[in-house]
Write a new protein. Structure first.
Length: 315
């Protein structure tokens, strides 16, 4: 009899096929389907608990008898540098750019003239469309002009004002003990001169500055109290007193020129025994003698920063 097993009812399809593997038996899986399975294998059991973490590669390296830190372990994994690889194939030649290849959104690039592919090219730039560059700087000035700004702050090319021909600054003798400084082309000039004995006058009409020694201020006075404060405006002081040892105090003015001199004379008679004494303080630098005897003169000199010293006593 020849039986068509595929048409038999109630026989699992797996039973009609050989197992193909030794020691397999016909059984059912969890869904009830007939399957071939290894002999003695039952249905799958429940999922087991998670196992303990295994050793890391570094821990296994240490367990193998090595010593060192994790960083040293990681460094040991890096091998020696390999040989250089072979040269790659040459790339394709580039193309010569055209005006269509070089573009600008504001139209500042007008055209391209290529000299060699991707190496050198001439760009024609529309300078009027460049930002933050003064319009005057884009144009050429004429010979002798300079780039500057006018009174509105606009950048312009301008020719510097030329001075008059034969300019010269001259110093000529004036009246006694004076000199005259003159700029003969009539242009403006600023001269700064500082000296405690100079007097400077200016004639705007002729732009002539006259410099001369100012007259010395001579003051005669009698000291009637226990002290007298000198003034930086004093030049010559002729002093006398009817009290013994009045105190002469230093000038208190702040901006006193260095070199300012005050001549002081004690005009009490030699037999009057009325000396005068300079105030002792850190800014009085004459330490050897601070007494101005009767009939004597001295010169007080400002040496800077409010400090003074006396220069010589004479009878």
């Amino acid at each position: 009899l020849k039986v068509d097993a595929t048409k038999l009812k109630g026989i699992p399809a797996a039973a009609l096929e050989p197992a193909g593997t030794a020691n397999y038996v016909l059984t059912t899986d969890a869904s009830g389907n007939a399957v071939w399975a290894p002999s003695g294998t039952g249905p799958a059991g429940p999922k087991g608990d998670k196992g303990a973490d295994g050793s890391s590669a570094y821990q296994m390296w240490i367990a193998a008898g090595n010593t060192g830190t994790e960083a040293e372990f990681l460094a040991s994994l890096v091998g020696a540098t390999g040989p250089a690889g072979a040269d790659g194939k040459d790339g394709k030649d580039g193309t010569v750019p055209t005006a269509a290849d070089v573009k600008s959104t504001d139209g500042s690039i007008k055209g391209v003239k290529a000299k060699s592919a991707l190496v050198e090219m001439d760009l024609e730039v529309d300078a009027t469309k460049l930002k933050d560059i003064p319009a005057a700087a884009i144009k050429q000035g004429t010979n002798g002009q300079v780039l500057t700004t006018d009174n509105t702050g606009t950048t312009v090319w301008a020719t510097p004002a030329a001075g008059a021909d034969d300019q010269k600054l001259s110093v000529t003798a004036g009246a006694a003990d004076t000199s005259v400084i003159t700029l003969e082309d009539g242009s403006n000039i600023t001269i700064k001169l500082e000296h405690p004995d100079l007097v400077i006058t200016e004639d705007p009409a002729t732009r002539t500055i006259t410099i001369g020694m100012r007259p010395l201020k001579i003051t005669e006075l009698k000291i009637t109290e226990g002290e007298y404060t000198l003034s930086a405006d004093d030049d010559i002081l002729l002093l006398n007193s009817d009290i013994i040892n009045p105190i002469l105090k230093l000038p208190t003015e702040i901006d006193v020129p260095v070199g300012k001199r005050i001549y002081i004379a004690n005009r009490n008679p030699l037999n009057a025994a009325y000396d005068m004494v300079f105030e002792e303080q850190p800014k009085f630098l004459s330490l050897t003698t601070s007494t101005l005897h009767q009939g004597a003169t001295t010169m007080l000199v400002h040496v800077g920063e409010g400090r003074y010293m006396t220069v010589g006593h004479s009878y």
